[in-house]
Design a protein around this ligand. Structure first.
Ligand code: BES
Ligand code: MN
Ligand code: ZN
Length: 492
């Protein structure tokens, strides 16, 4: 779908539908709303009088032949309370409009700007919202594919700096396309999205957007003494890959941010095997890895002035005949020994070597993201991503970046006392910490391998998959994290 701006008055814009937000309790007694009411012979007044239109968020009214405007239909969307209106409302309204109107076979729509939010950011949010909403994971349906095809979204705004507007649209497109790339990769079934295939996708991204890439095979991992990662990989017939993407800015910078994403292309649990019920969803256990590749994809286009490394330790977690056993002791790249109590706590094992490798490559800051624990859904549900780490400034920046991107992030503590839970009798550390504070002990394990480098960890297990259809979002992978990481690296 193309997104463009049109500075003509809304009534003059020729398109299939005009989309207008209505605030809670708003009356058509001035501005655009009054004008639409007048041109439509009182449609808005009538909708308000019958109680169909109150402006509550989630509400919609759809009218054909709305009178003296060029658009053939009018879509009124509840915009919620005026004092709660923000960029995320814009994002969701644009998304709702796009999905709804596509369902009604519209080919074009105009989205009327009514707020005073910054123009560029508004345009970015609207572009993101619409492009993210139009993603559907229906690739393997052979006939009943999503019907309808939206060709154009027009941002209708008569004032403002055209450059700012265009830049907002451009950034919105880059970020949304990156997130949709992640969603597509995450959605692929594990028989197709193997570690080798994930590496191939990363190579494609590197080629198309001009990133450096290096993919370590198992022989090179062995040379680097990545015993924790190799221990997980040994139960699988699919060879593991460590994918390393690099972005270098034009002018040299002494800051290097490493983004490290868990890339378990399927998590059976290994010998500590998971129950059958719902196991099919474990194809999304590489969401952190896909998000990492996607973030680098966007970063390559937005060209910030810092070095960025993306690292994805990719492997299956399978219970094959050579699989590691509960009780095994492995030695990680840093030299630390790990007692593997539960082979299903494999994410932290592969990340242990990946964050160590990030330090080896010169990272000055590390952000890892992973579908690490079921416990995070118990703590925060599917609303908030959990962040934990050793560098409060970095954590604060991540939370702020998320807020601006419309991704909610909540910090959990990581006090030294939690270390007790992952003490091992026979090794330096064990890979599970009991029933209590599962998300925290999981993060603490990773902390042991980042050592002194400023680090933050995002647990996206609760938020990377959308289970219920929303007006602005399909069921399936959400691409959570891409927008936050892009803001973190490129500025809000
Ligand atoms: N990939 C899972 C975590 C997960 C669970 C992601 C549900 C998405 C939805 C992870 O590898 C895992 O199995 N974690 C265990 C850890 C436990 C064995 C300490 C868990 O959360 O149960
Ligand atoms: Mn697991
Ligand atoms: Zn896992």
């Amino acid at each position: 779908m193309e997104v463009k701006a049109d500075a003509r008055k809304f009534a003059e814009i020729d398109c299939d539908a005009l989309v207008v937000g209505v605030y809670e309790g708003e009356k058509p007694d001035g501005g655009a709303l009054a004008e639409i009411d007048e041109r439509s012979g009182g449609v808005i007044t009538s909708l308000i009088e019958t109680g169909e239109l109150t402006g509550k968020s989630g509400e919609s009214s759809y009218v054909h032949n709305p009178g003296d405007i060029k658009a053939r239909r009018l879509l009124l969307l509840g915009a919620g309370k005026l004092d709660e209106f923000n960029l995320d409302v814009v994002r969701k309204m644009a998304g709702t409009a796009a999905r709804m109107l596509r369902g009604k076979k519209a080919r074009s729509f105009a989205f009327l700007r009514r707020s005073q939010l910054p123009l560029g950011e508004s345009a970015q949010a609207a572009t993101e919202g619409a492009l993210l909403a139009l993603f559907d994971p229906d690739k393997y349906h052979t006939n009943d594919k999503t019907e309808g095809h939206l060709e154009t979204m027009i941002l209708a705004t008569t004032e403002g700096d055209k450059n700012e507007l265009d830049r907002g649209v451009e950034r919105g497109r880059i970020v949304a396309e990156a997130a949709n790339f992640a969603r597509e990769v995450i959605n692929e079934p594990s028989n197709l999205m193997t570690p080798t295939e994930l590496a191939r996708r990363a190579e494609e991204v590197a080629r198309e957007f001009g990133l450096e890439i290096d993919v370590l095979d198992e022989a090179r991992m062995k040379e680097m003494n990545m015993g924790a990662l190799l221990g997980v990989a040994q139960g699988s017939a699919e060879p593991a890959k460590m994918i390393v993407l690099r972005y270098r800015p034009q002018a040299e910078s002494d800051e290097t941010i490493a983004i490290v994403g868990k890339g378990i292309t399927f998590d059976t649990g290994g010998i500590s095997i998971k129950p059958a019920d719902g196991m099919e969803k474990m194809k999304y256990d590489m969401a952190g890895g896909a998000t990492t590749i996607a973030a680098l994809r966007a970063i390559a286009q937005l060209k910030p002035s810092v070095n960025v490394i993306g690292i994805v330790p990719a492997t299956e977690n399978m219970p094959g005949g050579r699989a590691q056993r509960p009780g095994d002791v492995v030695r990680a790249m840093t030299g630390k020994t790990i007692e593997v109590i539960n082979t299903d706590a494999e994410g932290r094992l592969v990340l242990a070597d990946a964050v160590a490798y990030a330090r080896y490559l010169g990272a000055t800051k590390i952000v890892d993201l992973a579908t690490l624990t079921g416990a995070v859904s118990i703590a925060l549900g599917d609303i908030y991503v959990a962040v934990l780490g050793t560098d409060q400034e970095l954590i604060d920046r991540i939370i702020a970046a998320g807020r601006n991107a419309g991704e909610k992030i909540w910090q959990l503590p990581l006090d030294k006392e939690y270390r007790e839970q992952i003490k091992s009798e026979i090794a330096d550390i064990k890979n599970i910490g009991g029933r209590k504070a599962g998300t925290i002990t999981g993060a603490y394990f990773i902390r042991e391998f980042v050592e002194e480098t400023p680090w933050a960890h995002l647990d996206i297990a609760g938020t990377a998959w959308n289970e219920t259809l929303k007006p602005y979002l399909a069921v399936g992978p959400t691409g959570v994290g891409v927008r936050t990481l892009v803001n973190l690296v490129c500025g809000n």
